[in-house]
Design a protein around this ligand. Structure first.
Ligand code: XUL
Length: 520
């Protein structure tokens, strides 16, 4: 019987599981359970609770726990051989936090009861602020000021303070609900909360997810004392330890053995955030490998050996599960902007592609800054589309301008990493469009590969479980071995750069236009 590895992913909208058989390099089980559908009694919409203030976005932590019961029950009834699971790890939406009065119950869960029954009364805060919450501007400024401003906060913790990051969220909780804060014994991340349930004890926070808190020293990977003190009093004994993401916490909680037949010797690993897990699920295991996800917003993430932080404070540095560093840069005007241009010129996607084909690389110097929505990178608060040497009615020119702008912006705003990509793996809806990929290849001057993944975070978690298990059972293995044949781009999918010189020139003009648009 094959050894199996389980990767779970507690994301914003769903709990997913991927089981891999490393011998055959195959995903043997892949499921995603949508919280709104399977657990409607929590009243969430897209996994979050309704709130009159749109800046406040919370989810119920008990829902995530209940979803674990539903998932394991489903796996058991579907005949998955949970007895063959050798190791379990997981992925959580980053930044969200869970507040517990006590963790004593975790090691003593009664399998004849549900997780909800077992966990009743342990939370000091019934709802968890998640990454979509943006209600902590004041706390961000307070912490950032104590740490000496944007640049020094970024070099201390990997990112300047962001509303969704855990430190500012903890500070707001302490300021607005001091009694509940005092009543809190343990503060966990979504990832470490789920790992604690699986392991039956308080799980460490891994360096990858810890870097999304504005609380961890990004160089030494221990809690940053000044950041901690700037966040809330007596925080040190409320936070768990920090650990490498390959750390095995112990064997799986007997609750899952007795109730669902999980292998009693299955190792429970620390969990990490969804982005660090995706780095593994996409095979970004060497410096210079970059992934670009072309989704509602476009994200750029890649690995780097040395820790470089962004002096402009726009990008984030997390720790990769390989022990290297990784970056994440989020551009809000992704599909949003491409679609706005397409629709305003009455085109379908074929028409959009034809427009790209009919225009030359470099667009004869026509430039757009496509801030259809407020932009994260660069920081633009008021939406405004700027055009330089570009007529608003010029259909083909506008189509090319929006795509070139996105690709040039990614190149300019990732320069601080000091690592030029050697290959880019592209995912997300727009990654099927060869004309968009050609612009990407030309602007970045490197080959682009398509990647067919549905859940790179859960896959990354399963691969992390396999890596840790093999390396602790005397079968030393490398990340290259682990990802071979399973976390690789679609073979033959390469788009090579053809016209690059034009962009080395145009990018200078684009940078100037950006400065003008930003009023600098
Ligand atoms: C990263 C971020 C999101 C969440 C949810 O900084 O906020 O990607 O991890 O997916």
């Amino acid at each position: 019987m094959s050894d199996l590895y389980l990767g779970l992913d507690a994301s914003t909208q769903s709990l997913s599981a991927i089981i891999i058989d490393l011998d055959t390099r195959k995903v043997v089980y892949d499921i995603s359970l949508n919280y709104d559908e399977i657990l409607p009694h929590y009243g969430t919409k897209n996994g979050v609770l309704d709130h009159p203030d749109p800046q406040i976005v919370h989810s119920p932590p008990l829902m995530w726990a209940e979803a674990l019961d539903v998932l394991f029950d489903k796996m058991r009834t579907e005949g998955i051989t949970l007895g063959n699971i050798r190791a379990i790890s997981g992925s959580g939406q980053q930044h969200g936090s869970v507040y517990l009065k006590t963790a004593d119950t975790l090691s003593n869960l009664n399998p004849s009861k549900t997780l909800v029954e077992n966990l009743s009364g342990i939370f000091s805060r019934d709802t968890s602020p998640i990454w979509m919450d943006s209600s902590t501007r004041a706390e961000c400024d307070e912490i950032c000021d104590v740490l000496g401003g944007l640049q020094s906060t970024a070099s201390a913790t990997g990112s300047t303070t962001f509303e969704r990051f855990t430190g500012p969220q903890i500070r707001k909780f302490y300021k607005t609900q001091p009694d509940a804060y005092n009543n809190t014994a343990h503060i966990m991340l979504v990832s470490s909360f789920m790992a604690s349930l699986i392991a039956g004890k308080v799980a460490p926070i891994d360096h990858g997810d810890g870097a999304g808190m504005n609380l961890m020293d990004i160089q030494t990977r221990i809690w940053h004392a000044a950041a901690r003190d700037a966040t809330a009093p007596d925080l040190s004994h409320r936070l768990p330890s920090l650990a490498e993401s390959r750390t095995i916490i112990g064997n799986v909680n007997p609750y899952f053995v007795d109730k669902y037949g999980v292998n009693p010797n299955a190792q429970a690993l620390v969990w990490s955030g969804d982005n660090p897990n995706s780095v593994i699920g996409l095979g970004l295991i060497r410096e210079g490998l970059v992934a670009i996800s072309l989704g509602t917003s476009d994200t750029y993430f890649g690995t780097m050996k040395n820790c470089q932080t962004d002096p402009r404070g726009e990008g984030h540095v997390f720790v990769s599960p390989t022990g290297d560093y990784m970056t994440l840069i989020c551009f809000k005007n992704g599909s949003l902007a491409r679609e706005a241009v397409r629709k305003s010129h009455g085109l379908d996607w074929d028409g959009f592609s034809q427009a790209l084909q009919s225009t030359p690389p470099g667009n004869d110097g026509k430039i757009m800054l496509p801030y259809f929505e407020p932009e994260i990178v660069p920081n633009v608060l008021k939406p405004c589309v700027h055009r330089f040497d570009l007529d608003e009615q010029d259909t083909a020119g506008n189509c090319r301008a929006v795509v070139e702008a996105q690709m040039m912006s990614m190149r300019i705003h990732s320069e601080w990493m000091g690592v030029r990509p050697s290959a880019i793996y592209v995912t997300g809806g727009a990654s099927v469009n060869p004309e968009i990929l050609q612009v990407m290849a030309d602007v970045q001057n490197c080959p682009i590969y398509q990647f067919e993944v549905t859940n790179s975070a859960a896959l990354g978690a399963a691969l992390r479980a396999a890596h840790a298990h093999l390396n602790t059972s005397g079968q030393n293995t490398t990340w290259e071995n682990i990802s071979k044949g399973i976390a690789e781009p679609i073979s033959g999918s390469v788009v090579n750069p053809t016209k690059t010189a034009v962009y080395d020139e145009l990018i200078k003009k684009f940078a100037e236009c950006e400065q003008i648009a930003l009023g600098k």
